[in-house]
Write a protein that binds this ligand. Structure first.
Ligand SMILES: *[C@@H]1O[C@H](CO)[C@@H](O)[C@H](O)[C@H]1NC(C)=O
Ligand SMILES: *[C@@H]1O[C@H](CO)[C@@H](O)[C@H](O)[C@H]1NC(C)=O
Ligand SMILES: *[C@@H]1O[C@H](CO)[C@@H](O)[C@H](O)[C@H]1NC(C)=O
Ligand SMILES: *[C@@H]1O[C@H](CO)[C@@H](O)[C@H](O)[C@H]1NC(C)=O
Ligand SMILES: *[C@@H]1O[C@H](CO)[C@@H](O)[C@H](O)[C@H]1NC(C)=O
Length: 253
């Protein structure tokens, strides 16, 4: 991209300064070569992840496949995508620095409010480099699968506004890099597993209207980085835990 942007600048400065004109062919050649080097695909998506992404899209009944999804997912327009940009949805982000910049891994996946139906596909299990997964506001049913707990690079896990059922798997406690966890507005049941107290980096927990019951686990005393907790509209029982008073970063409850 940088190569392409430099070309017009090179042209105009050569035209202004007549003395640079004899150098123009050489300059052009260099710029063309650099632009080609930029465009030549020097890296490609890990094939296991590419096929997993493909399977996830199919299984969730994605109606309109994104225009960037042609061939290798980590090449082309997908590389421009920011998960915050509504124009890219679904969207991915890739990290292409592995194996001396030759292998790309899919690090973020957003499929926000796309009328997706079905259960959370098992193929997600193969997107082992995910740090951010956003499946918010779809029609996902079935369990919140325990295999999500294998995706230990995860920092932002957003499953809110769906129809997931069953209990919260204790394996989520293995996601010790999590900064934000949300499964608000679902049809889950049972209590919060005490293993979630292992999420020492957790800053945001959105579990309102999730169908939960029982006490807040005493292990949450360790969640000292908590800034935002939304937990209303559940059937939680017992006392308001004292440890909340030791969550010194808390700004929203
Ligand atoms: C990336 O975004 C830039 C700026 O919007 C655009 O010029 C370029 O064509 C895009 N690249 C791809 C491969 O879509
Ligand atoms: C990595 O790539 C660079 C540039 O292509 C090359 O010089 C270097 O030998 C490579 N290193 C390895 C470990 O392959
Ligand atoms: C993950 O990838 C491996 C290797 O391609 C494949 O054998 C396996 O079936 C995949 N797992 C899932 C759940 O799709
Ligand atoms: C929770 O929901 C699952 C499936 O929806 C059901 O099988 C189970 O009995 C429920 N458990 C409780 C404690 O309500
Ligand atoms: C993940 O969590 C489960 C239940 O908490 C535990 O039994 C398992 O050993 C953990 N797996 C890893 C790889 O840590």
């Amino acid at each position: 991209m940088a190569g392409r942007e430099m070309r017009p600048a090179g042209w105009s400065s050569s035209c202004r300064h007549g003395s640079a004109l004899p150098l123009l062919p050489l300059l052009l050649l260099l710029l063309t070569a650099s632009a080609q080097a930029q465009q030549a695909p020097s890296s490609r998506t890990d094939p296991v992840e590419a096929s997993a992404l493909n399977a996830v899209f199919s299984k969730l009944g994605l109606q309109l496949w994104p225009p960037w999804f042609t061939g290798d997912p980590c090449v082309g327009a997908a590389m421009n995508a920011s998960l915050d940009n509504p124009e890219f949805n679904p969207a991915i982000t890739c990290d292409c620095t592995d194996q001396n910049n030759t292998v790309c891994h899919i690090t973020k996946l957003k499929m926000y409010a796309l009328n997706l139906v079905g259960t959370i596909p098992e193929e997600l299990r193969n997107l082992t480099h995910l740090t951010d997964l956003d499946l918010v506001q779809n029609y996902l049913t079935g369990p919140l699968p325990s295999f999500i707990g294998e995706l230990t690079a995860m920092e932002y896990l957003s499953l809110g506004i769906n129809a997931l059922s069953g209990s919260v798997p204790k394996e989520l406690g293995n996601l010790t890099n999590l900064v934000s966890l949300s499964f608000s507005i679902n049809n889950l049941n049972g209590s919060l597993p005490s293993e979630l107290g292992n999420l020492a980096k957790l800053e945001q927990l959105y579990i309102d209207s999730a169908g939960l019951s029982g006490p807040l686990p005493s292990s949450f005393t360790r969640l000292t980085r908590m800034k935002t907790l939304w937990a209303s509209d559940n059937d939680f029982t017992g006392q308001m835990p004292d440890y909340i008073g030791n969550w010194f970063e808390l700004t929203e409850l």
